[in-house]
Every structure is written in C-alpha cells, then in structure tokens.
Write a protein that binds this ligand. Structure first.
Ligand code: 5RP
Length: 225
C-alpha cells in the first residue's frame, strides 16, 4: 500500500454510520473515496452521504455508488476528508493544485471537522516552500491581477491545461499559481488577497484542519491541532 492510500484508509476510522461526509478532490482523496465505497459495500459503514468538492469528486462518487447531497440540503457536513499540497507545523495548508480550492474551502469551512490526508512529501516548515499558492480569479480583468500578485512577493503564472489552453475552474474562473519562496505571514497574505476585487478565493487554508494524517512507508502519523 502506498503512503497516500495508507493515510486515506486510516481516515475511515473517523467516519461513523449516517454521517454527511465532505468528499475532497485529488489522488489522495480518490483513495479515500475508494475506501469509503468499499466500506459501504461490505456493510462496515451504513447510511453515509457525501458532499462533493468538485465535479471530479462528484463523478467519481457516482461511479463508486456513494450517495450524494448538496451543501444546500446538508449545510453542515459532519466531517470533510481532503488532500493538501502543503501542510505546515501549525496544520495550516496550501490547497488547490487540483483546481478545486473554492469548493473545497466552502465545504471545509461549513464542516464540523476538516481531516487532511497526505503523504510525507506534503509536510513543510513554511507554506510556499515547495508548492505555488493557487489563487482563483474572475476572468474579467484577470490580467490586472498579475502585477498585484507580483507586488505581494510572488511570481504568478496563469494556469494552463496539458493542451496549453487556459485552465477554467468548476466555477468558471481562472487560476494564478503564485510562486513564493516562503509565505512568512500567511494571515497577512490571505487578508491582502481577500480584500482585492476580482480575487475569488485563495488556496491558503488557515486554522481549518483539525487533524492531519500523514501516510509514510511504514505507517500513519497523526497530527492534531
Ligand atoms: C485539489 C487539492 C488536492 O487536495 C491537492 O492538490 C492534493 O492532491 P493530491 O492528493 O493528488 O496530491 O487541493 O484542489
């Protein structure tokens, strides 16, 4: 079993019968969806319903037979289980390399608990060390966001898909991937970004994760806030 899968399977022990579960996006979250579906098929877990955080996790859950509800129907999921691109020592995160940051943050902020599953490669001493910070922007006037972002101390790149077309999120927006070397004050950067018109959401998930499960080659390390 690989470390991502190990973390994903360990997350099952946080899920109880009848829970509403926020379903994350990405390869680690996909391992969790598979584990959840298997636990439902074997009768280990009953009566669960999922709230997807992207069209991708929605399609995958449907394929796997996980019943879905919307956030409007179930506005306060019991738990959300999702991956991350970086996790620091305070359990602050960068998310969104999979492009689902906005829906992921909405579902996470409205959940009773956010549980993150990741492998060791995601742990950092400072946010921005390894991953760019994804920033979702409205298409209108998006060009003016690049110099604004640069002034915050990063190098922004408009995200493109493998075919070279500008990547569009599930919400019809663009993403700038912002390469910082170190986000020394993430709260300050978040405030700056969120007060700028046209910036829709950022991949900084601050003070949101309660538990992080880090899968390693030999086991799973649990970090709690
Ligand atoms: C998607 C995300 C993912 O959780 C993050 O990119 C981690 O992905 P993976 O589990 O594939 O490494 O934030 O928007």
């Amino acid at each position: 079993m690989n470390p991502k899968q190990r973390a994903a399977e360990a997350a099952l022990s946080y899920v109880r019968d009848g829970m509403i579960v926020g379903l994350g996006t990405g390869s680690t979250a996909d391992h969790f969806l598979q584990a959840l579906a298997a636990a439902m098929t074997t009768g280990q877990l009953h009566g669960l319903r999922g709230v997807p955080t992207s069209r991708q996790s929605e399609r995958r859950a449907e394929q796997l037979g996980i019943p879905l509800v919307t956030l409007a129907e179930c506005p306060s999921p019991d738990i959300t289980i999702d991956g991350a691109d970086e996790v620091d020592a305070n359990l602050n995160l960068i998310k969104g390399l999979g492009g689902a940051l906005l829906r992921e943050k909405v579902v996470a902020q409205n959940s009773k608990m956010l549980l993150i599953i990741a492998d060791e490669s995601k742990t950092v001493s400072h946010l921005g060390e390894r991953s760019p910070l994804p920033v979702e922007v409205a298409i209108f006037g998006h060009e003016v966001q690049a110099p604004f972002l640069r002034d915050l101390g990063c190098e922004p790149t408009l995200r493109r898909n493998a075919a070279g077309q500008v990547f569009t999120t599930d919400n019809g927006n663009y993403i700038y991937d912002c390469r910082f070397t170190n986000i020394a004050d993430p709260v300050h950067i978040e405030l700056k970004l969120k007060s700028r018109a046209g910036i829709v959401e950022t991949g900084l998930f601050l003070n949101l994760a309660k538990v992080v499960l880090i899968g390693t080659e030999s086991g799973v390390e649990t970090r709690k806030r």
